[in-house]
Design a protein around this ligand. Structure first.
Ligand SMILES: Cc1cc2nc3c(=O)[nH]c(=O)nc-3n(C[C@H](O)[C@H](O)[C@H](O)COP(=O)(O)OP(=O)(O)OC[C@H]3O[C@@H](n4cnc5c(N)ncnc54)[C@H](O)[C@@H]3O)c2cc1C
Length: 383
């Protein structure tokens, strides 16, 4: 079958490789001038790693399991609120990997033939009829396909065209700031790894993950004011906000050069899409279910989508496409819709301030580590 994948992000390249390896004629259209993933790191959870395994793309992560003992939530001084036994959870469901986004993207796209990739090719429209889909870029048809996989990310324009009545993205009034850096010499970060600190005065959050043995990935979620400030200004505000936190927090932010800091307003779909499939067209990844980053599941869910759409289309012919994509929708929409809600709940929980935050902290302290670890295992097992 002729299949077009729109968008060469983490989800799009995974689906393209999976479908290509199943013998389909796949072409990949990417808006960017080159195939690359910018940014910092990404944490791939065991469910995402399992999905990549089924696509034969698991080797890069296999070689980079994260080593961490305990995670969970802490207060701004680093005192535990909720402790998860990450080592135990990983022994049960498989390793977590925190890796460079750029390197992971390179590893995932490597098996896909370069001559089947069109860069600087923003797809503007899709027109389908009973026999196929015309792919329109630059106001002219550039391809005709039996199936199209839309993987154009959180800001998906095609999603808006396919679902004109859907309310689209909603900003939640918070800012994400993140960076990656070599571990600063002489700074012992071990205690805070694989966990998040929350500040009940401001509702700000800071998370820290190890990337291999030598790098660190940090991310924050806070109500930095106004329209997105530049990275330098956002970094300065975050340093002020965290000045009296556990000393590792401002030290890590300070050690990250402004040029290596990324800032984005946090957004998610206002409500789940009514379907991930319309006829011969299916959506995957953030285009289908952009969620707040609080559960660290965005990329992992995109990998699960890529594995599922590959499986459903494996031995399909042009006449089966619509039915197979309906099955993909039935498999993937319910769990991702639940996760969108869970991520939004988690976002509200970590950003609480005042009395609500005080109650949260008291409640979290009362939860036994065993139960918190079990909840983590359930999250990572779901696929
Ligand atoms: C701050 C932050 C931190 C995150 N941390 C994590 C984490 O730790 N773990 C995790 O699992 N997830 C995380 N995520 C989520 C994760 O990054 C995304 O869910 C994941 O990258 C989605 O992949 P995707 O392929 O759907 O979209 P993307 O990776 O965004 O790719 C979309 C691609 O489509 C291209 N494109 C767009 N429009 C067009 C068009 N019209 N025509 C052609 N090409 C087009 C874009 O250029 C891009 O290459 C985080 C997200 C954010 C914002």
């Amino acid at each position: 079958m002729r299949i077009v994948v729109v968008g060469a992000g983490l989800g799009g390249v995974s689906a393209a490789v999976g479908l290509h390896r199943r013998g389909h004629e796949v072409t990949l259209y990417e808006r960017g001038a080159e195939l690359r993933e910018a940014g910092t790191a990404v944490v791939v959870m065991p469910n995402g790693a399992r999905a990549l395994n089924t696509l034969g793309l698991g080797d890069y992560l296999h070689a980079r399991p994260m080593s961490a003992d305990h995670g969970g939530l802490r207060d701004r001084h680093g005192r535990p609120l909720l402790v998860t036994d990450i080592a135990r959870a990983m022994r049960t469901v498989g390793p977590v990997s925190a890796v460079s986004r750029a390197e992971l993207h390179r590893a995932l796209r490597a098996p896909f033939p370069a001559e089947l990739v069109h860069t600087a090719a923003p797809v503007r429209r899709l027109e389908q009829d009973e026999t196929g889909v015309s792919v329109i870029a630059d106001d002219r048809p550039v391809a005709r396909a039996d199936a199209v996989i839309v993987a154009d990310g959180i800001g998906s324009k095609l999603r808006g065209l396919l679902f004109p009545r859907h309310p689209g993205l909603r900003r939640i009034g918070r800012m994400d700031l993140r960076g990656m850096l070599p571990r600063p010499a002489g700074l012992d970060v071990t205690e805070l790894l694989a966990g998040q600190l929350v500040d009940r005065r401001t509702g700000a959050m800071f998370g820290l993950w190890p990337v291999g043995d030598s790098d660190l990935y940090w991310f924050t979620d806070s109500a930095l004011c106004g329209t997105p400030p530049g990275a330098e200004e956002a970094r300065r505000q975050m340093l002020t906000l965290t000045a009296d936190w556990h000393p590792v927090v401002p030290a890590v932010i300070e050690a990250t050069p402004p040029a290596d800091v990324y800032v984005d307003p946090i957004a998610c779909l206002a409500e789940p899409l009514p379907s991930f499939a319309i006829g011969r067209i299916a959506l995957l990844g953030d285009a289908a279910h952009a969620m707040s980053p609080d559960l660290g599941q965005g990329a992992s869910q995109a990998f699960e989508d890529a594995a599922a759409v590959t499986r459903h289309l494996t031995d399909a012919g042009p006449a089966d496409v619509a039915q197979r994509l309906r099955r993909y929708d039935a498999e993937r929409r319910p769990p991702t819709s639940r996760l969108m809600l869970a991520a939004a709940r988690q976002s509200r929980l970590t950003s609480l301030t005042g009395g609500g935050a005080w109650l949260r902290d008291a409640a979290l302290r009362a939860i036994p580590s065993r139960l918190a670890t079990r909840a983590l295992v359930a999250l990572w097992q779901a696929d």
